[in-house]
Ligand binder design. Sequence first.
Ligand code: SF4
Length: 407
Amino acid sequence: MSQTPAFGRRNTKQIHVGKVAVGGGAPITVQSMTTTKTADVQGTLEQIYALAAAGCDIVRCTCNEPEAAEGLAHIVPRSPIPVIADIHHQYKMALAALDAGVQGLRLNPGNIRRPEHIKAVAQECKDRNVPIRIGVNGGSLDPSLYEKHGGITAGAMVESALQEIAYFDEVGFDLVKISVKASNVPLMVEAYRQLSLVTDYPLHLGVTEAGPPPAGLVKATAGIAALLLEGIGDTIRYSLTADPVEEARAGRQLLEALGLRERKNVDLIACPSCGRAEVDVIDVAKRAMDAFADRKLPLQIAVMGCVVNGPGEAREADLGIAAGNKRGHLFVKGINVAVVPESEMVEALVEWAEFINEHGTEAAIARADVAKAEREARLDRGTLLDEKGDDANRASEKIVEIRKRMQ
Ligand code: SF4
């Protein structure tokens, strides 16, 4: 059995966003942000429910106008997850969002600069026991810090966060988490590294304006994963130019892949395909991915292109299917349990996955006619080996040709 190595996490203070703990050893949480107008209560709630189903733990909604604050008053009590109000320029919007009952605020120190405004919000949050994220953003850095540091640097972003903390200290407010996001991945990584050395407040990780997938996913994952693997980070957000459900799904998948959150959904593995593939692996894997979508089946499921190597290569998977001779060979923990027509591969996977989720792999093996499945599988493997030999990529033929050319 393969073992997942555990890596240490930096010690941070713990705060609570509603009922969700952040920092201090709590499970790392996934955040996202709604794209609807917050005044559109129904539309925003629908998006929040979809986000929660995709694995989002905390949601942020913009509070940029009085109608948005009024919308929050309806949204917060009906939301399945805690709601944070995103405040940019007007400190009064922060106070209005608190009146609406939000469980957290995000303030951008580059945009609200008057100390008396910052302190008024911190005091109100202290009185209501509501945390604030200091959300420094490379792109909207305070101009005086930009001047002082000669541009957007890690040091400038960290100093911006520390300045804000100093104002909070003046009113004795410490329910804080911090982000220092930039769209440049090495800059963002460096800023968080520096920040983690000077504060023990929990950190919210993100690569801002990462862009549309797949490039945006790569950028966000590069920055967030690099820090998580160093033990830095208590909550994460993918900022993608996409449906926010994709952000939530990506965040959840990253944490599950790193072993930082318990698996909730299917972990689909698939071979890269090669000359031996008996089926369009990309198509079957995609159809399987769509079929499992957000079904809560915490299983590892393999889609393999051929029966010659597939079951062996994926023997650790809870369930898998390999193609051969126009048929799909289903295997549970590497043991053949059934052979189905190629056209029914995905449906069979879903049916067996649901059975395993309910009854376990041993019950699945027990209900199968393993001897019959193994007999048929051996037959298909034999036929394919006879047809294609053990050199499916024609390496030997190619080598003969290369040698001829080089003579
Ligand atoms: S040998 Fe079979 S399982 Fe391995 S990559 Fe090729 S098709 Fe996929």
